[in-house]
Design a protein around this ligand. Structure first.
Ligand SMILES: Cc1cc2nc3c(=O)[nH]c(=O)nc-3n(C[C@H](O)[C@H](O)[C@H](O)COP(=O)(O)OP(=O)(O)OC[C@H]3O[C@@H](n4cnc5c(N)ncnc54)[C@H](O)[C@@H]3O)c2cc1C
Ligand code: SF4
Length: 520
């Protein structure tokens, strides 16, 4: 069979899986190259000791920080990429996020495309990933051309009580937009609502990850070839350096080459930058498509914390991730600058707490703490800094330099969450002494593994119309190389303070439309 394709897509996560779906449905002959395998379906999918303790599904790869300290990054190399373990909170960015936003620590730059240009693709991505939600509850929600196809996943009683207590304080709590196939009262619902979702693979394939939602419907078509365990190591160009001619792949000990008219890189923001840097040649001495010297720069990954609100009563909630608060997302009465988004992790248990090692009340065992905890997920925007960047060590392995910024916004969000919890209704059994306290674990910066928390990585190949200040043009094609596109989280010029998945998926559909228009 010919090794030449219409399009080769490298990486099968949120970006690669989604664009592959669009191209495959349009009948294009595509090759998908994925360094990982299918994630095995096995009981350990839902075993927290295996998943959180042993990190069974996380890569064993070792990267270095700017000081040469080694760490094991939070990366998952499978068909479906990091979406295999994601929490499936599928937010649209706010319309204002596409404009310039002033933060206490600096400016979050505008995107050169508006929310209106992304809107149809957000709607299509929500459809493809079966997002559940209720329009109109979230006060920051941008306008939309269509409703959600399914109602929001309902709150369990303790979360409902919390929502009511927040509303009584004048806030506007909302149901999270979620890509899990949970139909609330339907006993045949695919999702069984379990306590091992966020951070775990879904054993019953009810989470809309890129493999389940985007790839499964097209794998098996004659025009689609997927090669697993196929690590793309280098992109070759023609002698002028103007077009990619082939991708070199390592697979089962062999070195293979594949050719195509168009190459779409979607290895995740860090690995895509690394692949371009590794593909330096005579015409691209600083790395492929790197005339701007911006490849790998402006890495963002959000300022994220888990904050536990511990009570004397057991929380008895299976799946907490249904509630969100965006009242402090923009400048507000509480502060003149944006703070970010408050939501939840799906659930925590002793093994998860042990893995993230927060400093918590000594008189409780970790398992007891977990059973008595509401586990908030606090997310604030980090700003693009050219010195936060991906480079390569002499052996070609990844080096990440990342200095956190805009932390005052994040600290205020933590304080605000504590304050809100101080105004909850009192417990019937313990009165106001039920609420023991709030304990934050800034999980993405621990002393042991300084920059390992890269789950929300983005920004390393920013898009824009000026080839001097961006790597990709507004169609996500590299300015320097005509047939080379990138559709993972790399293209973000700023990161907002919302989970990046849906924006990556929507953009992949947008770029897919552009490619299809040019291939007619
Ligand atoms: C625990 C966790 C929870 C999360 N929760 C959420 C959430 O609730 N909501 C949300 O929006 N986001 C969430 N995220 C983030 C989300 O998963 C990512 O933003 C998204 O998957 C990024 O998509 P991507 O296409 O950029 O890269 P990825 O999904 O990482 O895909 C990259 C793919 O490329 C492959 N690859 C890499 N290098 C090569 C190579 N050289 N050759 C071949 N293949 C290669 C990888 O194996 C992978 O399959 C979470 C992430 C994690 C880890
Ligand atoms: S909560 Fe639902 S979607 Fe998530 S892992 Fe459990 S069954 Fe799967």
């Amino acid at each position: 069979m010919s090794h030449h394709y219409d399009v080769i897509v490298i990486g099968t996560g949120a970006g690669g899986g989604t664009i592959a779906h669009a191209l495959a449905m349009a009948g294009k002959k595509i090759l998908l190259l994925e360094r990982g395998d299918f994630l095995p379906r096995e009981k350990d999918n839902w075993n927290s000791a295996a998943v959180q303790g042993d990190k069974k599904y996380q890569t064993k790869e070792v990267w270095q920080d700017a000081d040469g300290k080694e760490f094991n990054p939070q990366q998952h190399y499978y068909v479906g990429g990091n979406t295999k373990v994601y929490g499936a909170a599928l937010f649209r960015m706010r319309a204002e996020d596409f404009g310039e936003t002033i933060h206490q620590a600096g400016i979050s730059p505008a995107w050169e495309l508006s929310y209106a240009e992304f809107e149809p693709y957000y709607a299509a991505a929500e459809q493809l990933y079966g997002v559940r939600g209720n329009r109109g509850e979230d006060p920051t929600e941008p306008w939309s051309s269509s409703g959600y196809s399914y109602p929001a996943v309902s709150h369990e009683p303790r979360i409902q009580q919390l929502a009511e207590d927040f509303a009584a304080q004048g806030l506007k709590p909302f149901h999270m937009p979620l890509g899990i196939q949970r139909d609330n009262d339907d006993r045949l619902s695919k999702c069984i609502r379990c306590d091992t979702c966020d951070g775990y693979p879904c054993l019953v394939r009810a989470k809309s990850d890129a493999e389940v939602a985007a790839l499964t419907p097209v794998l098996g078509r004659a025009n689609v070839t997927l090669l697993t365990n196929a690590l793309a190591t280098n992109l070759e160009t023609n002698s002028a350096g103007s077009e990619v001619t082939a991708v070199t792949v390592e697979r089962n000990g062999a070195r293979l080459k594949y050719t195509a008219d168009v190459f779409v890189v979607s290895c995740g923001a860090i690995n895509s930058a690394a692949l371009l840097l590794r593909s330096a040649n005579d015409k691209h001495p600083r790395g492929l498509a790197n005339s701007s010297d911006l490849v790998g720069r402006h890495l963002m990954k959000h300022n994220n914390s888990i904050m536990l609100a511990v009570s004397r009563c057991e929380v008895k909630t299976v799946y907490q991730k249904t509630l969100g608060i965006n009242d402090f997302y923009f400048a507000s009465d509480a502060w003149e600058y944006p703070m970010g988004n408050i939501s939840f992790v799906g659930s925590v248990d002793g093994a998860t707490l042990a893995a993230h090692a927060p400093a918590i009340v000594p008189e409780f065992s970790l398992e007891m703490v977990a059973r008595r905890s509401l586990a908030f997920w606090l997310m604030s925007e980090d700003l693009p800094d050219p010195n936060n960047r991906v480079t390569l060590a002499a052996d070609g392995s990844i080096v990440l330099a990342y200095r956190e910024n805009n932390m005052q916004a994040h600290e205020r969000l933590k304080e605000k969450t504590k304050e809100l919890m101080g105004h909850q209704r009192t417990c019937d059994v313990h009165g106001s002494s039920c609420h023991v306290g709030m304990f934050a674990s800034h999980i993405h910066v621990s002393q042991k593994i300084p920059v390992a928390g890269v789950s929300h990585q983005n920004g390393t190949l920013r898009f824009g119309s000026d080839a001097r200040t961006s790597v990709l043009n507004l169609d996500c094609r590299t300015h320097d190389v005509n047939n080379l596109y990138v559709v993972d989280g790399s293209f973000f010029p700023s990161s907002s303070a919302l989970n990046p998945g849906l924006t990556i998926m929507a953009n992949a559909l947008r770029v897919g439309d552009h490619l299809l228009a040019g291939m007619k």
